[in-house]
Design a binder for this molecule. Structure first.
Ligand code: F6P
Length: 321
C-alpha cells in the first residue's frame, strides 16, 4: 500500500511532528509514504515525493511545515480535484493523510467522494475550531506565544496604569482570545461568536480602574464584529480620557517551536491516522478527547455543535474583578 501526506491551510506548530509520526508509523508497517508539497496546490500539480524515516529527521521541534502549505481556490472546483485524483492514481496512492483545519477537511471529504482514495484528517490549526477533539495542533503553542507577549505588556501597562487592547488571531473563532484572556488576566475578551457591546466594555474598563487595578487588558479576536482591536479601542475610549495603547500580535502566533503538548498530540494523532488508514477508515478525523483517541466523521468536524465558548466567557467575567 502507498499513502500520501499533506499539510494545508494556515500552518500550525506541530504539523511537522505529525508528518514525522505518520511517515515513521507507515515505515514501521512497511508502507511507502509520499509527501505532497504545498498542500492542495501541489497535489493538483502532482508534486509528490517519497519520504522515509530519515527524511523526517530533525523536524519534531520545528514550527511551520517543511512540506509547505497553501490555500488553493482551484481545489474547491471539481476540475481541480479531478487533476489531483489523476496524480494520486498515477502514483498508485490509496490513502491520504491531511493535516489542517475545516477547509482542508472539506477538501479531502469531496476528494474521497469523487475518487478512489481514502482520506483521514489530523486537526492542525491554531484556531482550535473543530469538533471531535479537545485541542487542535498548534493551539497550545499559539496561546503560549500570545501569553508571553501579554505578560510583557502587563509589565509596562501596570507601570503606567494604562489600558491595553491586544489583538490575537481568529477570523471566525474566539478560542485563542478566550484562553489568552483567561490565562493572561484580561478584564474583557471579545470574540467573533458573540456581538460586541461597546458600552459594556467601557463600563468594565471603568470598573477595573475604579477597583484600584493598574492593569486593564482587553483581548480582541481579529474577527470580532466591531472591527478588530484598533477600531474597538477608539470606540471604547471615546470621551473617557483614558490613556490606552493597542498591540496586534499577528502572525508571530503562528510560528515557533511547538510546545510539549502539541508535539505529543501530533505524535499520537499522526501515528493513529496511519493506523486508521491501514484499517480501512475513510472520511474521518483523528482527535483526542479526555485522553482517548477518537474518530469523528469529517463532516461533523466543521459543524461545531460542541465548540461554543460561552461557559469560559462567563468564568472570565466572574474572575475579572
Ligand atoms: O490559521 C488560522 C488563522 O491564523 C486565523 O486565525 C487567521 O484569521 C487566518 O489564519 C489568517 O491566515 P492568513 O494570514 O494565512 O491568510
Amino acid at each position: 500500500m502507498r499513502i500520501a501526506v499533506l499539510t494545508s491551510g494556515g500552518d500550525a506548530p506541530g504539523m511537522n511532528a505529525a508528518v514525522r509520526a505518520g511517515v515513521r508509523a507507515a515505515d514501521a508497517a512497511g508502507v511507502q509514504t509520499y509527501g505532497v508539497r504545498d498542500g492542495f496546490a501541489g497535489l493538483i500539480e502532482g508534486r509528490l515525493e517519497p519520504l522515509d524515516s530519515r527524511s523526517v529527521s530533525g523536524l519534531l521541534h520545528l514550527g511551520g511545515t517543511f512540506l509547505g502549505t497553501a490555500r488553493s481556490s482551484r481545489f474547491r472546483t471539481s476540475e481541480g480535484r479531478r487533476e489531483a485524483l489523476t496524480h494520486l492514481d498515477l502514483a498508485e496512492i490509496e490513502g491520504l493523510v491531511a493535516i489542517g483545519g475545516d477547509g482542508t477537511f472539506r477538501g479531502i471529504d469531496a476528494l474521497s467522494r469523487e475518487g478512489h482514495v481514502r482520506v483521514v484528517g489530523v486537526p492542525g490549526t491554531i484556531d482550535n475550531d473543530l469538533s471531535g477533539t479537545d485541542f487542535t495542533l498548534g493551539f497550545d503553542t499559539a496561546v503560549n506565544t500570545a501569553l508571553e507577549s501579554i505578560d510583557r505588556i502587563r509589565d509596562t501597562a501596570t507601570s503606567h496604569g494604562r489600558l491595553f487592547f491586544v489583538e490575537v488571531m481568529g477570523r471566525a473563532s474566539g478560542w485563542l482570545a478566550l484562553y489568552a484572556g483567561l490565562a493572561g488576566g484580561a478584564s474583557e475578551v471579545l470574540v467573533p461568536e458573540q456581538p460586541t457591546d461597546v458600552e459594556r466594555v467601557r463600563a468594565r474598563v471603568q470598573q477595573t480602574f475604579a477597583a484600584g487595578k493598574r492593569f486593564c487588558l482587553v483581548i480582541v479576536a481579529e474577527g470580532d464584529d466591531a472591527g478588530g482591536a484598533y477600531a474597538v479601542a477608539e470606540r471604547v475610549a471615546e470621551g473617557t480620557g483614558i490613556d490606552y495603547r493597542v498591540t496586534a500580535l499577528g502572525h508571530v502566533q503562528r510560528g515557533g517551536p511547538p510546545t510539549m503538548r502539541d508535539r505529543v498530540v501530533a505524535s499520537v494523532l499522526g501515528d493513529a491516522a496511519v493506523a486508521a488508514l491501514l484499517e480501512g477508515a475513510d472520511r474521518v478525523m483523528l482527535g483526542q478527547r479526555r485522553g482517548e483517541i477518537v474518530r469523528t466523521p469529517l463532516e461533523t468536524t466543521w459543524s461545531r455543535p460542541d465548540r461554543a465558548p460561552h461557559e469560559l466567557l462567563a468564568l472570565m467575567a466572574r474572575l475579572a474583578r
